[in-house]
Design a protein around this ligand. Structure first.
Ligand code: NZQ
Ligand code: ZN
Length: 378
């Protein structure tokens, strides 16, 4: 096992009717900015619950943060915050609202060009405090310090990470997820599954506790993911999916083990250039990454096949292939497509993506690797 340090400062408040507790978590004299997305919170009762919780606080609103949150939009919120002297941010929505709010929090007092926080991962020394009311289980952003931002002008989708970007608290009320469209439910389950995979499907690190944790999360996603689609008002199903998605990317299963985020990095380009949802890109890309890097992922593919999918028969090579197929079939069982052609894309999309990785001089994901991965996925 590798050395590690682990510190996760996010207070999680989980369960039914917990949004009212926002009032206990925000400093009494705070001036709050509520950030939200395209309006789903105004149709499912979340907005009213947040307003009620904030009745004793001075507060303003900033709506319109898009899926794949845009830098340009975030900068409008920064202007508002400076003008109105906001002291606390409350992000209400899915991963995009939370990620956008993390950039906003960091940009407010940043001396230089705020795009450098994302593009150059420029360090920042202060950020406004953030609270979260999460409405979409998927990204894990509610319990991590990561943020993924899109710059519309240049069609770039890039991430940054900072200890200052952790939310102070996150409220996870599974009932807020009843209103999710099936496509977002599926995207979320796929995203959480792939988060586990990026931290697990790597050379064994003599870390059985992390392995068993990771496999447990995968099993829960497989057992409950489909039920969230077929029984959307089942509270316990929603609760288990929500907690599994949080546990998939709060740093715990990454302790002491190697990670490989190739599927995410290649997937981000498909969103940036062709507009696929984040979860959709992952379902397309991951089987290609696993086959391209089969040698280094072989032992864990075998292990996952046996422990998660119950694949025990046949030669090791066959079992590895069956494990990759079982994973793709799981994504398809959720209604998520797994081929570029199913999104109307053909092999012509591959070279521009390969060139982007070449231009960045990416240490691990070479242009040739991108070509090999995506050629399999047309
Ligand atoms: O904008 P509104 O109207 O709120 O609608 C949203 C949006 O259209 C809707 N929605 C959210 N909660 C709902 C709901 N509709 C009905 N009922 C609800 N309860 O769902 C749509 C998608 O929302 P979005 O926030 O974009 O989805 P998600 O949570 O999947 O976030 C995706 C973003 O997170 C990034 C992705 O790259 C992408 O930009 N990621 C962030 C990570 C992190 N910070 O750690 C890690 C991930 O790998 C991921 O990259
Ligand atoms: Zn993801």
């Amino acid at each position: 096992m590798k050395n590690f340090s682990y510190h996760n400062p996010v207070k999680i408040i989980f369960g039914k009717q917990t949004i009212a507790q926002v009032a206990n978590e925000i400093p009494a004299h705070a001036k709050v900015l509520v950030t939200y997305g395209g309006g789903s919170i105004k149709k499912n009762g979340v907005y009213e619950q947040v307003k009620a919780a904030l009745s004793g606080f001075s507060h303003l609103e900033f709506g319109g943060i898009e899926p794949n949150p845009r830098y340009e939009t975030c900068m409008k919120a920064v202007e508002l915050i400076r003008r109105e002297k906001v002291t606390f941010l409350l992000a209400v929505g899915g991963g995009s609202v939370v990620d956008g709010t993390k950039l906003i929090a960091a940009a407010v007092s940043f001396g230089g060009n705020p795009w450098d926080i994302v593009a150059k991962r420029a360090p920042f020394t202060a950020a406004l405090p953030i609270g979260v009311v999460l409405t979409l289980p998927a990204t894990g952003t509610e319990m991590n310090g990561n943020s993924v931002i899109t710059r519309a002008e240049t069609q770039e989708k890039l991430s940054f990470s900072s200890p200052l970007a952790y939310p102070k608290f996150s409220i996870l009320d599974p009932e807020t997820t009843y209103s999710l469209p099936p496509r977002q439910v599926s995207n979320g389950v796929v995203d959480a599954f792939v988060h586990v995979a990026e931290q697990y499907m790597n050379p064994p690190a003599s870390a059985p506790l992390q392995d068993y944790y990771a496999e447990s999360i995968l099993k829960v996603l497989i057992e409950e993911g489909g039920k969230a689609l077929s029984a959307p008002l089942d509270y316990n199903v929603r609760a288990n999916v929500m907690w599994a998605a949080t546990m998939a990317l709060n740093g715990l299963i990454a302790c002491g083990v190697p990670q490989d985020w190739s599927t995410h990095e290649i997937g981000h380009e498909l969103t940036a250039l062709h507009g696929l949802d984040h979860g959709q890109t992952l379902a397309v890309v991951m089987p290609g990454v696993w086959r391209t890097l089969r040698a280094q992922k072989f032992d864990k593919l075998l292990q996952m096949g046996e422990r998660v999918f119950g694949i025990t028969g046949g030669a090791p090579e066959e079992r590895v292939e069956a494990a990759i197929d079982a994973t793709e079939n799981f994504f398809r069982s959720l209604g998520t497509k797994t081929r570029l052609s199913e999104y109307g894309l053909n092999a012509s999309v591959i070279e521009p993506i390969a060139q982007r990785f070449a231009a960045r001089g990416h240490a691990f994901i070479t242009a040739d690797m991108v070509r090999e991965v995506l050629t399999q996925r047309v």
